[in-house]
Design a protein around this ligand. Structure first.
Ligand code: S3P
Length: 437
């Protein structure tokens, strides 16, 4: 079978044990390439995630004249060209499935003195881009979408940008980061105020490269005129990839699993907070700071989970973890209610609908709402579910098999490679009986 039709076949039962390290953080890996390319000097990255999304970012910068060595076993050396050293790419920049690549690059490219076009796969080409093109336009950028507000993005260079003070209507780290990158080139100060805290890797990493960033409450500002100085970056393991194992171990009796060197940035730990509220046994140890990002080893053991009303303030802090959290809720005693999570409908798939469909196929009472889900914990049966090409949906249903009555087959899992190459073997090592067809 070709990789584009890859299917997971997961046998029921078992538990997760041992010590594993999941691959590097996707968000931090993207930013390491972007800021390393714009820096002066050679940036050395270790722990880089060699997933398709990050490789798309890496290739985009190569096409703009940046010499990048690697990746080789997570090591990358980026020969930075400085803030004004990028060259016009010969072709459209194709970034596959990656929302982070397209949205962050749109801000950066809008400020260059050359034209460019960004495009992606069918999923990315149906995702909303006006959330970046509108504020960029008010900075003086010229970025065109299709009539539906989707990619390709046609970006005209030589626009002189001016700083803005922007109140973001949705809590989005991609929008915030896009505007901060444009702000590195804009006249004056560029400020973004977020309605709720979102991941702050861009701000932390800019500071790690010696670029001044001002933060007050929910507002972050940069001014042009600074420079980035090459540095070393040690990318921690991705808490979003760890989330599948946190859920898998929590729902499977007898599990006792250690996840090593996981990034526990406070803007990313919603999954731990939510699972703990549901009764999960999760302990953090050896907490340390690695290059400006907090890291810990995490122990998770099987536990009796109970349904909860998920606090809305946790939603942006767990935004990528809901496919896995819905599986936890399906295995919990009682009702789980999620609200305030409309953003899930515009991720790599409509994660509210696709998860509700799959859970219903497995016999769970999962009712989608406009901005969330109402779910009754129950017994997971068996059957064939569709991931709709969404990596996180595929991995979430793989974990569901730990509590299922029979085999779960998951269609269209090739995109797991966008964020978690090696998932099948690592999950197998931890105790899942997963075959690929
Ligand atoms: C990301 C931000 C989030 C998240 C995505 C990665 C980032 O998207 O869902 O997987 O690296 O900035 P939004 O900004 O759309 O919430």
């Amino acid at each position: 079978m070709t990789s584009s039709s890859s299917k997971f076949i997961v046998a029921p039962g078992g538990n997760l044990t041992g010590r594993i390290r999941v691959p590097g953080d996707k968000s931090i890996s993207h930013r390491s390439i972007m800021l390393g390319s714009l820096a002066e000097g050679v940036t050395e990255v270790s722990g880089f995630l060699e997933g398709e999304d990050n490789l798309a970012t890496l290739e985009a910068f190569r096409s703009m004249g940046v010499t990048i060595e690697g990746p080789h076993e997570g090591r990358v050396r980026i020969h930075g060209v400085g803030l004004h050293g990028l060259k016009q790419p010969a072709q459209d920049l194709y970034v596959g499935n990656s929302g982070t690549s397209i949205r962050l690059l749109s801000g950066l490219l809008a400020a260059q003195d050359f034209d460019s076009t960004l495009t992606g796969d069918t999923s990315l080409n149906s995702r909303p881009m006006r959330r970046v093109t509108k504020p960029l336009a008010s900075m003086g950028a010229r970025v065109e979408t299709t009539d539906a507000g989707t990619p390709p993005l046609r970006i005209q260079g030589n626009s002189s940008l001016k700083g803005i003070d922007y109140e973001m209507p949705v809590a989005s780290a991609q929008v915030k980061s896009c505007l901060l990158l444009a702000g590195l080139y804009a006249d004056g100060r560029t400020c973004v105020t977020e309605p709720a805290p979102t991941r702050d890797h861009t701000e932390r990493m800019l500071q790690g490269f010696g670029y001044p960033v001002e933060r007050t409450g929910n507002k972050v500002c940069v001014a042009s005129g600074g420079k980035l100085t090459a540095t070393r970056i040690d990318v921690p393991a991705d808490i979003s990839s760890s989330a599948f194992f946190l859920v898998g171990a929590s729902i499977a009796v007898g599990s006792d699993l250690w996840l090593e060197h996981v990034g526990i940035n406070p803007t990313r730990i919603g999954v731990i907070n939510i699972l703990r509220q549901m009764g999960a046994m999760i302990e953090l140890s050896n907490e340390r700071n690695v290059g400006g990002e907090p890291v810990a080893d995490i122990r998770v053991q099987g536990a009796e989970l109970h349904g909860i009303r998920i606090p809305e303030d946790q939603v942006p802090l767990a935004i990528d973890e809901f496919p896995a959290l819905f599986v936890a809720a399906a295995c919990a005693e009682g009702e789980t209610l999620l609200t305030g999570a409309r953003e899930l409908r515009v991720k790599e798939s409509d994660r509210i609908q696709v998860m509700a469909d799959g859970l219903q196929t497995l016999g769970i009472d999962a009712r989608p709402t406009e901005d969330g889900m109402v779910l009754q914990g129950g017994t997971l049966g068996s059957g064939t579910v569709h991931s709709q090409g969404d990596h996180r949906i595929a991995m979430a249903f793989a974990m569901a098999a730990l509590r299922a009555q029979g085999t779960i087959e998951i269609e269209n899992c090739a995109n797991v490679k966008t964020s978690f190459p090696g998932f099948v073997s690592l999950a197998g090592q931890a105790g899942l009986t997963l075959n690929e067809a």
